[in-house]
Ligand binder design. Structure first.
Ligand code: BES
Ligand code: MN
Ligand code: MN
Length: 452
């Protein structure tokens, strides 16, 4: 097939070798290198104007290929930063030395490297799709590219950039490949993303670590207190106990819920793939609902006290936890963060001090299936996969998507090609070679359909 060029993979490998870890200041220079690399490739692809915009954090790469005012404009967004690779010992191959290996679900091979699926591999499909269209004189729309290096840490500087350059960034539709497709046999297009509110709690006890024999039992132990608070955040039905938490949640009708079925077979595979005996979550909802249309609260990290080798008898002076809440329409992340803070402060006992910090957040997102962009994507998937794709609500978050809608007034089509099992954010992240080529093909078809 004309999109299956080995050189595309070689180029992607170069990109994947740059450890553009946005969260770790030690890699700031590598993030910059990745920005320069992708800017160069955009130019090579024939994009007329390409600019690297420096921010307080990592750079933004902007590209523009204007043809005519009469033609529609597509804005392509992607992120070239990646998650930290840890825990590093669990990688079968080093995270920044890409290799292709066959797996059961990827019999034609998958590229193993941090960022292969999230999101360098998916971003690069867009550069190649554009290049193919442009070089064959088949480009019939204006294109703008917006690539950022801070998606995995909250897109803070992108928000001010978008606000500042509102006019310049205007488009008829936004397309992003940074989600999943389900499977190649039964493709799905993401029409919903959950919002996010990311918090941190610190429990502060005595002014120093104490001997747990001399003081234990007489002084509140911050770790015990923190655990009690966390345990109280879910009730017996696994509902979140923060007052007002569900107030703005739009409950789906029975009919809408019936479409989100998770069959017995899926449930079995799901459990098997994770090596767990049973699933768990909010009572009266199935697994698929629990991970897409329902809001959640999860501890992402918890620490304090002695964590070294062997044992040490000690009452730690402080304890900490990072907690994220996934939100659904019409919850507002700032409101949820403030409800969380108030609640934690209220339930914490008076014998400790408590600090609640907001990290970052984002709103949930929904795309109507009669949107012209969605319809153009639906047709493109149908042409390239031979079957009409189904819409699907996803559990992850891309806060810039609702932000685009608010600031630019444009809807986003989430044309993802990853599998849930591609291990994004986990050790051994990978992306199917076939998914990569099919992605390029489908994006080209989208351009075609949308420009008509
Ligand atoms: N690409 C993911 C989001 C995603 C993946 C959505 C798969 C749907 C399906 C993105 O890079 C991501 O990881 N987002 C973060 C939020 C961000 C603010 C750190 C997330 O969802 O945890
Ligand atoms: Mn991503
Ligand atoms: Mn991610």
């Amino acid at each position: 097939m004309r999109f299956e060029k080995k050189e595309y993979l070689d180029e992607l490998f170069e990109f994947l070798k740059i450890p553009s870890i946005s969260a770790d200041p030690n890699y700031k220079n590598d993030v910059k290198k990745a920005a320069e690399w992708i800017a160069e490739k955009l130019l090579d692809a024939g994009c007329e104007k390409v600019k690297i915009e420096n921010t307080k954090g990592h750079p933004i790469v902007y590209g523009e290929n204007f043809i005519s005012k009469e033609l529609p404009t597509i804005l392509v967004y992607g992120h070239y930063d990646v998650q930290p690779p840890d825990p590093i010992d669990l990688w079968e191959n080093p995270p920044f030395e890409p290799v292709i290996k066959n797996t059961k679900i990827h019999p034609d091979g998958a590229i193993f490297a941090r960022g292969s699926c999230d999101d360098k591999g998916q971003l690069y499909m867009h550069v190649k799709a554009f290049q193919i269209l442009k070089s064959s004189n088949k480009l019939k729309c204006n294109v703008k590219f917006l690539f950022e290096g801070e998606e995995e840490v909250g897109s803070e500087n992108l928000e001010s950039y978008v606000n500042k350059f509102k006019e310049k960034l205007k488009s008829d539709i936004i397309i992003i490949s940074d989600t999943g497709i389900g499977s190649l046999e039964k493709p799905k297009i993401t029409i919903g993303l959950r919002g996010l509110s990311y918090m941190e709690i610190s429990v502060l006890g005595p002014n120093r670590d104490l001997h747990s024999g001399l003081y234990g039992g007489s002084v509140a132990n911050p770790i015990n207190v923190l655990n009690k608070i966390i345990a109280s955040l879910h009730d017996k039905e696994n509902k979140i106990t923060i007052p007002g938490f569900y107030k703005d949640v739009i409950e789906l009708s029975k009919k809408e819920r019936e479409r989100i079925i998770f069959s017995e077979l899926d449930e079995k595979n799901f459990r098997k793939s994770l090596d767990i005996k049973s699933t768990d979550g909010e009572l009266k909802y199935n697994t698929e609902e629990r991970r897409s249309i329902r809001p959640t609260l999860d501890v992402n990290g918890i620490w304090g006290g002695y964590m070294g080798e062997g044992s040490k008898t000690v009452i730690a002076s402080t304890a900490h936890a990072k907690i994220s809440m996934r939100l659904v329409p019409n919850q507002k992340w700032k409101k949820i963060s403030s409800l969380f803070k108030k609640h934690i402060e209220k339930v914490s006992p008076k014998h400790v001090k408590i600090k609640v910090k907001t990290h970052h957040g984002g709103e949930p997102y929904l795309m109507p299936i009669n949107n012209s962009g969605y319809l153009a994507a639906e047709k493109a998937y149908k042409e390239s996969f031979g079957i009409k794709p189904k819409p699907k609500r996803d559990g992850g978050s891309i806060p810039i998507v609702p932000m685009f809608e608010k600031i630019l007034g444009s809807k986003t089509v989430l044309m993802g090609f990853g599998f849930d099992s591609d291990a994004i954010h986990s050790p051994n992240e990978h992306f199917g070679v076939k998914n990569f080529y099919r992605g390029i093909e489908t994006i080209i078809l989208f351009y075609d359909n949308f420009s008509k």
